[in-house]
Each structure stands twice: as structure tokens, then as C-alpha cells.
Design a protein around this ligand. Structure first.
Ligand code: HPA
Length: 277
């Protein structure tokens, strides 16, 4: 007889906020840092930022913390890092993202955000690699997320939890980012389920309904971050033009490569932005 160990967040009677608090307590114990001020989820292409933002004082494999899942993807680093910033603040860097397309449920997708909030972080920086709908955005262009369209037909909120999503991606933080780089463009992020890339027709739909960026993460996390009362900064690295906008087929290898080529520049940009928060 084989026994399967239930993931704590897959138990429908579990309280995801209690598990996030437990995760935060484990992080405090393993890092020796009681309180983090800022949290960053670093998606494709953004990992370098961690080295530039501050001094790493602790690195923990994410799977040692309750509620975190094994990363499925090469190019996604499964660690949590605690950083000491030059201004004395503490940042928690989440290099372990559970994507909605992994089919583990929304609770697992937003666990890192809820844990970040439970560590005390009041700012959540969400980054990703994504497809661009605007033709002027060449691969390697960082773009601020101004708003999102959630095409997953799902929500991390449970029950009749009515949360306002106006100014979800903080105008204040976007202004601050533009103070670092006035050339930063912004756009509306459409979260598709994935893991397939969009069809050209879906990209045209996204464009018609007001989208500028297509990807497979971030929107559900942003909703959970807002529920937790955090201020949110969202940034996409355009790794490719979206399907049908670019004339050649999309490939995951190209996406990873575009991320790699841009990482020094966008890492430095993000580090400068974090300095101002
Ligand atoms: N679509 C969805 N997700 C992505 C893309 C894309 O074109 N590029 C990188 N992640």
C-alpha cells in the first residue's frame, strides 16, 4: 500500500493564512530576521536583481518552508533569500513561484505572497517574463504593469471576500520607477492560464480588450497581495513579441535566452528602484 503525503495547502480544511504565518515563522527562524520590509518575486530574467539589491544574509531552499512546492522549471530558482539593503531594510526574495498552470490550485499559487505579507512585508514586487503586444517593445524591454486582466476565471479570494482592485499596481511605485528610468513604458498585463503560449487569435483578443502584455503569472498573486494590504509594483520583461505579433514561432528556449541577455540591465534597474522604496 502506498501512502501519499497531502500537501498542507491541499487540505480543504486547512487555513491558508495560518499556514502562511507558520511559513513566516520558519523563515524568521532560519534567517534570523524577524521582520522583512519588502518582498520580491523574481520571474524569468529577473533573478540577477537579487545580487544587486543588497547583501544576502541567508538562503533557504523553498521546499524547507511549509506550503512551498518544488519548482517545475529550469530557469526558476527554488530558493528564498533574505537581503540586507544599504538603507538597513530587509528584503525577502522569492525565487520559487508556483504557476497556476501547474494545476496545484490557487492557494499554492499565492502562498509565497501570503507568506511575504506574514513576514511583515508591506511592499510586494512582482516580476515576470512575458510576451509583448506592442511592436515597439523589443525582446529585453522592461515594462511597468499598470493594471491587469485576469483571464484565469479564478481568484485567490475565498468566500464572499470583496476586495477593491483600483490602483492595484501602485501609481506611487510606478512613478518612483520612472524616477529611476523615465523611459519606462507601462501596459496592461493579461494572465492566461498556460502553459501553452497564446494563439495569435487570443493575442488579438487580449489587444482588443485593452491588454498590452501576455503571460502566465502575476495577476492572481497581485490580488492576494492586495487582500493582504500590500502595496504592489509589477514589472514584466518582454522576452518576445506575443504570438502572431512576432512572425516566427515562440519557443521557451528563446524566452529563457532573452531573459538571460537582459538580466544585468533589468537587475540594475530593479535594484535602483528598490533603493527608493
Ligand atoms: N505568452 C505567455 N507567457 C509568456 C510569453 C508569451 O508570449 N513569453 C514569456 N512568457
Amino acid at each position: 500500500m502506498s501512502t501519499t503525503i497531502l500537501h498542507p495547502l491541499d487540505d480543504p480544511t486547512a487555513n491558508p493564512f495560518a499556514i502562511a504565518r507558520e511559513a513566516a515563522a520558519q523563515i524568521a527562524e532560519k534567517t534570523g530576521v524577524e521582520h522583512h520590509d519588502i518582498a520580491l518575486t523574481l520571474g524569468s530574467g529577473w533573478a540577477k536583481a537579487a545580487d544587486l539589491i543588497g547583501e544576502t544574509t541567508a538562503t533557504i531552499p523553498a521546499t524547507e518552508i511549509i506550503g512551498f512546492s518544488k519548482p517545475v522549471l529550469e530557469g526558476h530558482v527554488g530558493t528564498l533569500r533574505s537581503l540586507l539593503l544599504p538603507n538597513g531594510k530587509r528584503a525577502l526574495v522569492i525565487g520559487a513561484r508556483t504557476h497556476y498552470y501547474e494545476n496545484h490550485g490557487v492557494r499554492r499559487v499565492v502562498h509565497s505572497v501570503r507568506t511575504a505579507a506574514a513576514t511583515g512585508a508591506s511592499t510586494m514586487i512582482l516580476t515576470n517574463g512575458a510576451g509583448g503586444i506592442r511592436e515597439s517593445w523589443k525582446p529585453g524591454t522592461p515594462v511597468l504593469i499598470s493594471d491587469h486582466i485576469n483571464l484565469t476565471a479564478n481568484s485567490p479570494l475565498e468566500g464572499a471576500t470583496f476586495i477593491d482592485l483600483t490602483d492595484l499596481y501602485s501609481t506611487r511605485l510606478r512613478d518612483l520607477a520612472r524616477a529611476v528610468d523615465p523611459s519606462l513604458d507601462e501596459g496592461v498585463y493579461c494572465q492566461f492560464r498556460g502553459p501553452h503560449y497564446e494563439t495569435p487569435a487570443e493575442v488579438q483578443m487580449a489587444k482588443a480588450i485593452g491588454g498590452h502584455i501576455v503571460g502566465m503569472s502575476t495577476a492572481l498573486e497581485a490580488i492576494a497581495a492586495r487582500e493582504a494590504g500590500m502595496e504592489i509594483l509589477g514589472m514584466s520583461l518582454i522576452t518576445n513579441l506575443a504570438a502572431g505579433i512576432q512572425k516566427t514561432p515562440l519557443s521557451h528556449t528563446e524566452v529563457i535566452e532573452a531573459g538571460r541577455n537582459a538580466e544585468a540591465v533589468i537587475g540594475a534597474l530593479l535594484a535602483k528602484i528598490v533603493e527608493l522604496i
